[in-house]
Design a protein around this ligand. Structure first.
Ligand SMILES: Nc1ncnc2c1ncn2[C@@H]1O[C@H](COP(=O)(O)OP(=O)(O)OP(=O)(O)O)[C@@H](O)[C@H]1O
Length: 390
């Protein structure tokens, strides 16, 4: 008996109607029953491939140029997140469409670059990280490296430039994902899934100023927000729901704090409250072009969830990230080699002077064993040769 309460008005506008008709409730009586939300682009149930084209396709060139990008699907359970990200065999989702276009763009590139693509796929289930490309590796830990970047210790990274191979990995990995049937969704994802694709490129021509570009693309299918009353979850499902809601609350808190950053109510952004927010730190407020694809159900029975979701999506619009190109210059290492060569040259000069001095002393009749010094000189020459080869 549910009615439709969410309507797409135009390409950027959605209106949500409050289905409550309780005119005796004076708290509600003076309030408008409809609320309008504006987004970059709005879709309704007729949407297909255009979701990918409008949200993700434009990020691909940036990733190849060395920028980070993130796409994440957010919304209540059963609203269609996995359908958008993974899709069906007959109707592939964003993961597969993105990877297809990414490989095509690399192939079509006219730049003379050596390119490698690495892929990893994990799920966060009950606050534990599992490698979906190598499930037997157990639970993985998060570590912070010297630069403050978060890494997953022991994660499997497959290197491939073949779209078909990556699709096969993805399909295999996805079979490992924790999915259960709940009252709200027959195939409910009980975990957050994160697919990371790293594109690394360097010039084929060896040069003293060799440049390495690294672009990272995260594609995230979040578990759905859920109300225990609606999902009727008990026992294990309820515990999962509590973990899901906890990490999504941490995400929502980060979105809240970030959307106010720099404004009057600027707050501290606490990424440390969940593994999800620690991993998405850059995607949320750092060096990344980020797209949030928010899902709602248009049904009146889901009104509360839809309203909460739209409020968060609306806040997320205020978040500003600072994007910078990830370029590493190998000339730094070459400069180090140049310094080492200079040091070794002066060492040779010093030893040669010593040999001269010793041979003069020998000529004076004093015996000295210069074989050791010659050995040192030989070693230094050999070492210089190896360094020059590098
Ligand atoms: N636009 C759509 N067209 C056709 N079927 C859809 C669409 N969106 C979702 N579905 C179907 O609705 C069901 C629920 O969708 P899905 O599993 O993607 O939801 P979800 O948001 O990922 O849920 P959860 O958070 O519980 O994992 C699935 O059977 C899916 O195939």
């Amino acid at each position: 008996g549910a009615t439709t309460v969410a309507h797409k008005i135009d390409r950027q506008m959605v209106v949500l109607m409050d289905p409550c008709e309780d005119s005796d409730n004076f708290l509600r009586s003076n309030r408008s029953r409809e609320k309008t939300y504006m987004f970059d682009v709005v879709f309704d149930y007729t949407a297909t491939q255009d979701v990918y084209v409008a949200t993700t396709k434009n990020l691909i060139d940036g990733v190849i140029a060395g920028y980070n990008a993130t796409v994440f699907a957010y919304g209540p359970t059963g609203a269609g997140k996995t359908y958008t990200m993974l899709g069906l065999d007959s109707e592939p989702g964003i993961y597969i469409r993105t990877l297809n276009d990414l490989f095509r763009a690399i192939e079509d590139s006219t730049e003379d670059l050596d390119c490698s693509v690495y892929m990893s796929y994990i799920e966060i289930y009950n606050e534990m990280i599992r490698d979906m490309l190598n499930p037997s590796s157990g639970y993985l830990e998060l570590r912070e490296d010297a630069k403050g970047e978060i890494r997953i210790a022991g994660i499997t990274e497959f290197s491939t430039c073949n779209a078909k191979e990556i699709m096969a990995l993805l399909t295999k990995g996805n079979k490992q994902r924790t999915q259960e049937s709940t009252a709200a969704n027959k195939t409910s994802s009980r975990s957050h899934a994160i697919l990371q694709v790293t594109v690394k490129q360097k010039s084929r021509v060896k040069d003293i100023n060799e440049e390495v570009r690294v672009g990272k693309l995260f594609m995230v299918d979040l578990a759905g927000t859920e109300r225990a009353s609606q999902t009727q979850n008990r026992g294990k499902r309820m515990k999962e729901g509590a973990h899901i809601n906890r990490s999504l609350l941490a995400l929502a808190n980060c979105i809240n704090a970030l959307s106010e950053k720099g404004g009057k109510g600027a707050q501290f952004v606490n990424y440390r409250d969940s593994k999800l927010t620690r991993l998405l730190k850059d995607a949320l407020g750092g060096n990344s072009r980020t797209v949030m694809i928010t899902h709602i159900s248009p049904a009146s029975s889901n009104f509360e969830e839809s309203r909460n979701t739209l409020v968060y999506a609306d806040k997320a619009k205020n978040i500003r990230t600072k994007v910078k190109r990830n370029l590493m210059n190998v000339s730094y290492h070459l400069a180090q080699y140049t310094r080492i060569i200079a040091d070794l040259r002066s060492e040779i000069d010093r030893l040669c002077a010593k040999i001269d001095q010793q041979s003069q002393e020998q000529q004076k009749g004093e015996k000295a064993d210069i074989r050791e010094i010659q050995g040192c000189v030989q070693f230094v020459c050999w070492y210089l040769g190896t360094v020059a080869d590098k």
